[in-house]
Write a protein that binds this ligand. Structure first.
Ligand SMILES: Cc1cc2nc3c(=O)[nH]c(=O)nc-3n(C[C@H](O)[C@H](O)[C@H](O)COP(=O)(O)OP(=O)(O)OC[C@H]3O[C@@H](n4cnc5c(N)ncnc54)[C@H](O)[C@@H]3O)c2cc1C
Length: 374
C-alpha cells in the first residue's frame, strides 16, 4: 500500500447513483467530500431505467441537468396480465425513461461541478472510525458513508447488516431498437416472472425480466409475454444480457457512530416498485441535512419515513407476482377504477400522503391479503 494519506470531512464508499447524490447534497452544505469507486463512469447496471415523477423532481433538486434526447417522458404505469390491462396515469408531472449510463454520466458530471473529489478505480478495502483504506492510499475523515450497493461490504464491517429476512429476486436487462409503442411504462405479468418495458430513446426500449429464479432470463420470460414479442417485430437485442439481484431488504439501523448507509446499502425495495433510485436520492438529501446538523439520529427517522410506503408497495407487488388469482382480481379492479390506480400511484410517488386519500383501509386490506396463505 502506498503512503499517500488524504483528508476530508466526508468519505463516500461507492460512486453509484446514491453515492454521487449524497456527495452533491453534502457539498451543497459546504463540507469537503471525497468519494471512491473501483469502477469508472459511466457505470452500467441492470435496471428498468424508469424514473418516477418524484425521482425526476429529486434530480432537479440535485441540479442534475439532462439534455434533450437523453430521456423519454412517460405518463403512467400500465399493468398487463394476459387479456387484462389497467392504466394508471400520474396525477402530477411525468416519469423519465433514461439509459442507466446516461443517468450515471449526468450525476458524475454534476458531482464534479459541485466539488466532489472522485477517486475512480479505487476500492475501499477496510474501515475504522475516522479512517478508510483504499487500494493504494488512506483517507482520514470525520464521517464515512456506505453507498456500495446491495451487498455492501462497508455495512458488514460497520456491523449494520442486521434486519428482517430479505426477499431476493433476479433481474435481467436488454435494449431493443424499436420505437416505443406507448407513453406508459408497461409491467407484463407472466405466470412466474414479470417484464417491465420502458421507453428510453425515440427508437429504443429497455426490457427487464424479474423472477425468483436466476435461470429465467429475458429470453425465457418473453415466452410468457407474446404481446411483447409481437411488438419487438423480430428485432434482436442491441445490448448484452446484464443481470442483478433485486431484494426487499429492511435493516434495523442505518447508522452507527459516524458511519451512515445510503441507497441500496441502506436496504432496498423490489425493482417492480421503480423506486430504488428515488429512494437513494431522497435519502441522500436527508443524510446531508443530518450530517450538516451533526445529528445522524435524524437520518434514521427520515430514512424510515422515506422507505415506509415503497416497502409496503414492494410487499403488495410481490404478492401479486406470487398469487395469480389476487393478481387477476386486482388488475381487473384497477382497470374498472383508473382513478383508484392513479391515486395509488400518487401515494406511491409521494404526490399524496396515504391519509389524505383515505388509503388506510386499502393498506390494511393489502397487508391482510399478503398475510393470508395462498
Ligand atoms: C433489475 C433491476 C431493475 C431496477 N429498475 C429500477 C427502475 O426502473 N427505477 C429505479 O428507480 N430503480 C430501479 N432499480 C433499483 C436501482 O437500480 C438501485 O436502487 C440503485 O442502483 C441503487 O444505487 P446505489 O448507488 O445504492 O447502488 P449501486 O448502483 O449498486 O452502486 C454501488 C456502487 O458501489 C461501488 N462499490 C462496491 N463495492 C465497493 C467498495 N468496496 N468500495 C468502493 N465502491 C464500491 C460499485 O462499484 C457501485 O458503483 C432496479 C434494480 C434492479 C436490480
Amino acid at each position: 500500500m502506498g503512503s499517500d494519506i488524504l483528508s476530508t470531512d466526508v468519505f463516500i464508499a461507492g460512486g453509484g447513483p446514491a453515492g454521487l447524490a449524497a456527495g452533491i447534497a453534502i457539498r451543497r452544505r459546504g463540507l469537503r467530500v471525497l468519494l471512491a469507486d473501483p469502477a469508472r463512469p459511466p457505470i452500467d447496471k441492470a435496471c428498468g431505467e424508469g424514473l418516477m415523477p418524484n425521482t425526476v423532481a429529486s434530480l432537479r433538486l440535485l441540479g442534475v441537468k439532462l439534455c434533450t434526447g437523453d430521456a423519454i417522458p412517460f405518463r403512467g404505469i400500465r399493468f398487463i396480465n394476459g387479456a387484462e390491462t389497467a392504466d394508471g396515469a400520474f396525477a402530477e408531472g411525468y416519469g423519465l425513461g433514461i439509459r442507466r449510463t446516461v443517468l450515471h454520466n449526468a450525476l458524475a458530471e454534476r458531482a464534479v461541478e459541485a466539488g466532489v473529489q472522485c477517486l475512480w478505480g479505487e476500492r475501499v478495502t477496510r474501515i475504522a472510525p475516522g479512517e478508510v483504506w483504499l487500494d493504494s492510499r488512506r483517507v482520514r475523515c470525520r464521517w464515512i458513508i456506505a453507498a456500495d450497493g446491495q451487498n455492501s461490504q462497508v455495512r458488514k464491517w460497520a456491523g449494520l447488516d442486521r434486519g428482517r429476512p430479505q426477499q431476493i429476486r433476479y433481474g435481467f436487462r436488454q435494449h431493443f431498437c424499436v420505437s416505443p409503442w406507448t407513453d406508459f411504462v408497461e409491467v407484463h405479468w407472466g405466470s412466474n416472472c414479470q417484464i417491465v418495458v420502458t421507453p428510453v430513446r425515440p427508437d429504443e426500449v429497455c426490457l427487464v425480466a424479474t423472477s425468483g429464479s436466476p435461470r429465467i432470463r429475458l429470453k425465457e420470460a418473453l415466452v410468457q409475454c407474446p404481446e411483447i414479442v409481437r411488438r419487438l417485430k423480430g428485432e434482436s437485442p442491441i445490448t448484452r444480457d446484464l443481470g442483478a439481484i433485486t431484494a426487499l431488504r429492511v435493516l434495523r439501523t442505518v447508522h452507527w457512530d459516524q458511519i451512515a448507509l445510503v441507497g441500496d446499502a441502506s436496504g432496498s425495495v423490489d425493482s417492480l416498485t421503480g423506486e430504488g433510485l428515488g429512494l437513494a436520492f431522497r435519502q441522500a438529501e436527508a443524510l446531508a441535512e443530518a450530517i450538516a446538523c451533526n445529528h445522524l439520529a435524524r437520518y434514521q427517522a427520515a430514512h424510515r419515513r422515506i422507505n415506509r410506503f415503497p416497502e409496503i408497495m414492494s410487499r403488495l407487488l410481490l404478492a401479486l407476482g406470487n398469487r395469480p388469482k389476487l393478481r387477476r382480481h386486482t388488475i381487473l379492479a384497477l382497470a374498472k377504477e383508473p382513478h383508484s390506480f392513479a391515486r395509488l400511484l400518487a401515494v406511491h410517488t409521494g404526490t399524496f400522503s396515504p391519509s389524505t386519500v383515505g388509503f388506510g383501509n386499502l393498506l390494511r386490506l393489502g397487508r391482510r391479503l399478503i398475510a393470508e396463505p395462498s
